[in-house]
Design a protein around this ligand. Structure first.
Ligand SMILES: Cc1cc2nc3c(=O)[nH]c(=O)nc-3n(C[C@H](O)[C@H](O)[C@H](O)COP(=O)(O)OP(=O)(O)OC[C@H]3O[C@@H](n4cnc5c(N)ncnc54)[C@H](O)[C@@H]3O)c2cc1C
Ligand code: SF4
Ligand code: SF4
Length: 426
């Protein structure tokens, strides 16, 4: 029988999760290592075999995260609210990521960029490529919000003799890339990250769009916005907006019915092992202004930021609300899930979220904390023996303020074993 690994990439990304992850360990996000010739390195590099993020962090920064925002956002030298002065209307936001990748090629700083194009004939199916021209990188703009085996392209990198490389990808990919980096015989590697959470296999993304939209086939772009709504842009340019609270997750089999086990066991939303991470989570509203935020993490990241800086406009961080009460309530809901409320209640919740809910930096903190809590609980429920290997220490430190409510609800401590301590310079 044909296995997923013997298929070309444009076919692999169309497969169902069950088909493409067949023969893999229980937790696999199809980062691309196992369909490449680097598969024998799986035990050393896979984030779901052993999460080495704290070890890699020490190598990159000489220390682990300090208490406070670093626990949620990762270590960075500077963070900024930014957008392209000349925006790319085809991009996911303002197009900073692809503009940066293209500039690196244009300036001769790299010979190739691993980026994610689209499978021909589809709007959203990912096709990882080794782009050799600025135009190819720009053409890969926009999210293809599905599992994408980007590290498979490392074989093409080696075969084509590319030794100065930029990689654009998600945190599970970046973990494996950092773990393998010294064995790749590269002269230079630039790691550009996008944040990532709740990714899905392509057929499951189509299922989601069917539930969320009145016209799923015509959607060309969608995003989970910071105003608690999904915005879906259609071929004719109109934007359909659906409140998070109105999404009928039960029609998808619940979160555990649609998200791969790996994405529910992922603890690096903000892609913290990159040189630079570019996302939107803490950026100010409204989304139509396309503000983004970036975390410049390393010296190499500063080099990258200086390349894109002349093409940027700078904004200011905003902040509103206090997440503590809402997140404590979320812990209670994790233990005792409530059904979907009737429409009038949902309308009230949506209004409250939009008008009273956390904004800016506080919104980013709240979303990351919710995902950490949800995923920790998922690992405990479904893969408890793996917890010591795949949940990094900083997760417990980040969630320390919810330890009491967690213990009250779940009848067990938030920490496994010894309470983790502040982890500073090593
Ligand atoms: C599944 C997914 C979930 C995300 N969730 C969040 C989030 O919760 N919060 C947040 O702040 N940001 C999130 N992002 C990132 C965000 O949506 C934008 O991609 C980012 O802000 C860059 O926007 P841009 O306009 O600069 O990118 P563009 O210039 O449009 O470039 C987008 C880049 O993303 C790459 N890409 C597209 N699809 C994939 C994929 N499946 N796997 C790997 N790389 C891909 C492309 O190669 C391209 O280089 C997510 C991205 C993805 C793919
Ligand atoms: S996540 Fe990557 S390294 Fe881990 S099993 Fe899947 S393809 Fe292999
Ligand atoms: S949610 Fe995590 S595991 Fe899933 S694709 Fe994104 S970075 Fe990888």
């Amino acid at each position: 029988m044909t296995t997923a690994t013997s298929r070309p990439l444009h076919e692999i990304t169309l497969l169902s999760a069950a088909e493409r992850l067949k023969g893999r360990p229980k937790l696999c996000s199809d980062c691309g290592i196992c369909s490449s010739s680097y598969r024998p390195l799986l035990p050393q590099v896979c984030v779901f075999v052993e999460n080495k993020s704290e070890q890699i962090e020490r190598k990159l920064h000489g220390r682990n995260r300090n208490d406070g925002d670093e626990l949620l956002f990762g270590i960075s030298r500077s963070i900024h609210v930014i957008r392209m002065a000349k925006q790319n209307p085809e991009a996911q936001w303002s197009g900073i990521v692809t503009a940066l990748g293209a500039l690196l090629l244009e300036r001769g700083m790299v010979d190739g960029v691993i980026t994610t194009a689209t499978v021909p004939g589809t709007h959203h199916a990912p096709l990882p490529i080794l782009a050799r021209t600025p135009a190819e990188v720009i053409a890969s703009a926009r999210n293809k919000p599905c599992l994408s085996p980007n590290l498979d392209v490392l074989d093409q990198v080696r075969e084509s003799g590319v030794r100065r490389l930029a990689f654009i990808g998600t945190s599970c990919q970046v973990h494996a890339l950092r773990a393998i980096q010294d064995q790749l015989d590269l002269e230079k590697l630039y790691v550009i990250g996008i944040p990532c959470t709740d990714n899905v296999a392509y057929p499951d993304m189509l299922r989601f769009l069917k539930v969320a939209s009145k016209s799923p086939e015509t959607i060309v772009h969608h995003e989970f916005m910071q105003d608690f709504r999904v915005w879906m842009r259609h071929e004719d340019g109109h934007i359909e907006k659906v409140n998070y609270v109105d999404l009928d997750v039960s029609a998808l089999g619940g979160e555990r019915g649609i998200f791969p086990a790996a994405c529910l066991s992922c603890f690096d939303y903000q892609n913290t092992l990159t040189d630079i991470t570019i996302g939107y989570l803490a950026a100010p509203l409204p989304p139509t202004e396309r503000w983004q935020w970036t975390m410049v993490r390393t010296e190499v990241g500063e080099e990258l930021f200086s390349v894109i800086r002349p093409f940027l406009e700078f904004g200011t961080f905003t902040q509103r609300g206090n997440r503590l009460v809402g997140i404590s309530e979320y812990v209670r809901m994790l233990k005792r899930p409530r059904g979907r409320p009737p429409f009038p209640i949902r309308a009230l919740i949506a209004w409250m979220q939009r008008n009273r809910g956390p904004r800016g930096m506080e919104f980013a903190r709240s979303v990351i904390e919710m995902k950490l809590l949800r995923n920790l609980q998922y690992v405990r429920d479904e893969h408890s023996r793996m917890e010591p290997r795949i949940v990094p220490c900083h997760v417990y430190r980040a969630l320390a303020q919810y330890a009491q409510v967690y213990e009250e609800e779940f009848g067990r401590p938030l920490y496994n074993g010894q309470r983790p301590t502040t982890n500073t310079a090593v």
